[in-house]
Design a protein around this ligand. Structure first.
Ligand code: URA
Length: 232
């Protein structure tokens, strides 16, 4: 559920101040009644009217994409293919970036309130399936737990490495530094061969989604992210 003024902004009725003014001036009806509370919580079923026209009470898109290799996490690039070319909503942005050769779960949305989930201090966990060039071992696990130093001096937060077999594991990190997992393994004298994100917070990559395909997040998935972002 979002505040009324926020919904108006996404209906292109202006910035925060302009939308709050429309509400305070009694120009917005919710379910047939004038609403002057800018923070009125709006549900998808609510009917919003402005100047006789119905507004979108759910103007947001929340998509899960199974990102294929070879796509940039960007909206536009002169030379490269971009993930936004794979979906029908050009106003959506990537919630966090994956490298061009990384595959798997990418959430795209036009709801800017979710950007808070990307801040390292909010500790949103992202899990990746990783294949490495050299064997994984217990010392690597300990190093992840302590927090690895990348680029000679940048200290990463403690992370998790769960070993599946000699060359495969699950890595969970709570931040998103540039090429972070690749650099973590380089610091351990190892190398990432392939990387696939399988979860973002409580959202799991839908196994029925083939690479390059997307689907809207369901209500439960959407609400998990919205509620989490609202906590910060
Ligand atoms: N870490 C990386 O090195 N690359 C990604 O795409 C994501 C995390």
């Amino acid at each position: 559920m979002k505040d009324l003024y926020y919904i108006l902004m996404y209906n292109n009725l202006g910035n925060v101040k302009e939308c709050k003014t429309l509400i305070k001036h009694g120009l917005i009806q919710v379910n047939g009644v004038v609403e002057t509370n800018c923070k009125r919580k709006i549900q998808e079923e609510d009917v919003l009217i402005y100047q006789g026209k119905m507004l979108k009470s759910q103007p947001f898109h929340y998509l899960m994409l199974n990102k294929p290799q070879g796509y940039l996490c960007a909206n536009k690039d002169e030379k490269e293919k971009c993930v936004v070319d794979l979906i029908d909503y050009p106003d959506c942005f990537c919630l966090g970036r994956l490298d061009r050769d990384t595959t798997g779960l990418l959430i795209l949305t036009n709801d800017k309130s979710l950007k808070k989930l990307l801040l390292p201090q909010n500790h949103v966990e992202k899990t990746y399936l990783v294949e490495t060039k050299e064997r994984l071992n217990k010392e690597d696990q300990e190093a992840f737990k302590r927090g690895i130093i990348i680029d000679k001096s940048i200290q990463c937060l403690p992370a998790k490495l769960e070993i599946i077999d000699d060359y495969h594991g699950y890595v969970t990190i709570e931040e998103g530094k540039y090429h972070q997992i690749k650099k973590m393994f380089l610091s351990l004298k190892n190398e990432v061969v392939s990387l696939k994100r399988i979860s973002f917070d409580e959202i799991l990559l839908d196994e029925n989604l083939s690479e390059g395909m997307s689907r809207p997040l369901n209500k439960e998935e959407r609400n998990k992210l919205i509620k989490k972002a609202a906590q910060y």
